[in-house]
Design a protein around this ligand. Structure first.
Ligand code: AHR
Length: 312
């Protein structure tokens, strides 16, 4: 398990018995499910008592859960914020209760002193990596892109859009023809892609789909197949997360590229909390995880197996 990969330094600080509340967004994607299971593993490996709250995609549920954690007097709170805005009040309440808050995988538009640290990827960079892959792949050919955005108002949706646009800027042969949210889910990704295909000459005019996560890409792949086209060939597929299912698609030639997002945000979070509890060490405000590109050249079958072994 991932727990065995923990550094001995991290385990040296004993945080067993600490009570940590985790306000999770929900289970919209395979990546989200992996993050939940890895967070449980990381807590268990350290003897941390993790109080888990599933917000079912609703910010109001997250705010309620955080208030509940504060009332219980937990030692720390982990939160994966579904959207960027609307956190100031509840984060101020946690601060006043002297409970450190660590943001996982998504950011907030709130003053930085309201949370201890944020463990997340550089989501603009993820978009850039995906966009650069497309730029390098299509060369001088004209390419009409359709974009499946993540949850409206979430930082990964905002930033992945921006990064991709930055990468294709100046390449006038590549244009984003349509862009709509698929809410990070497989079913919505499929549904929105069906609409794109209808609107774009049965899909014949689409060169590539850029999905803000793999689950929407997997949904889009199904829609492309249902339309009688070949995903990965007739329509290129590039997305973000690197979950096992996208490696299956890449191995089958039905998807082309993905950018990895580690599901282990909790490991670094517990490590900084351990140091903070030990002697008040203030961590860096932003702990940035890696954004690596994977294509068919990167042993997709092996990557699938490797992730399955990690407990995805
Ligand atoms: O915040 C990270 C994003 O949330 C993942 O890329 C996506 O799969 C999830 O829903």
């Amino acid at each position: 398990s991932l727990a065995t990969a923990l550094s001995s330094a991290a385990l040296a600080q004993d945080i067993s018995g600490k009570v940590v509340g985790f306000s999770q967004i929900g289970s919209e994607s395979g990546w989200r499910a992996a993050e939940t299971s890895v967070t449980r593993q990381e807590a268990e490996a350290r003897g941390v008592d993790l109080k888990f709250a599933d917000a079912q995609q609703k910010q109001e549920n997250q705010i309620k859960a955080i208030r509940g954690f504060i009332a219980q007097g937990v030692d720390a709170i982990l939160v994966a914020p579904v959207v960027a805005t609307g956190w100031d009040e509840v984060l101020t309440e946690a601060k006043e209760a002297e409970i450190p808050v660590v943001l996982l995988d998504r950011g907030v538009d709130a003053p930085e002193d309201l949370y201890l640290t944020s463990v997340a990827s550089d989501q603009v960079e993820e978009g850039r990596v995906a966009g650069q892959w497309l730029v390098d792949t299509v060369g001088a050919e004209d390419c009409k892109v359709v974009e499946l955005q993540g949850t409206v108002g979430s930082t990964p949706a905002i930033n992945r859009k921006q990064g991709f646009e930055e990468a294709i800027a100046g390449h006038d042969n590549i244009t984003i023809a349509r862009s709509q949210t698929g809410d990070f889910t497989r079913s919505k990704g499929k549904e929105v892609m069906e609409g794109f295909i209808k609107a774009e000459n049965g899909g014949a005019d689409i060169c590539a789909v850029y999905a803000h996560n793999d689950d929407m890409a997997v949904g889009a792949i199904q829609a492309i197949k249902d339309a009688g086209l070949k995903p990965g060939t007739d329509i290129l597929v590039v997305s973000i997360d690197a979950v096992p299912d996208i490696f299956t698609a890449i191995a089958a030639g039905e998807a082309n590229a993905t950018v990895e997002l580690t599901p282990n945000m909790a490991g670094p979070a517990f490590d900084v909390l351990a140091a903070y509890w030990a002697d008040g060490t203030e961590p860096e405000k932003f702990i940035i995880t890696e954004s690596k590109l994977y294509t068919s050249a990167d042993d997709p079958a092996g990557e699938y197996e490797r992730r399955k072994d990690l407990g995805y």
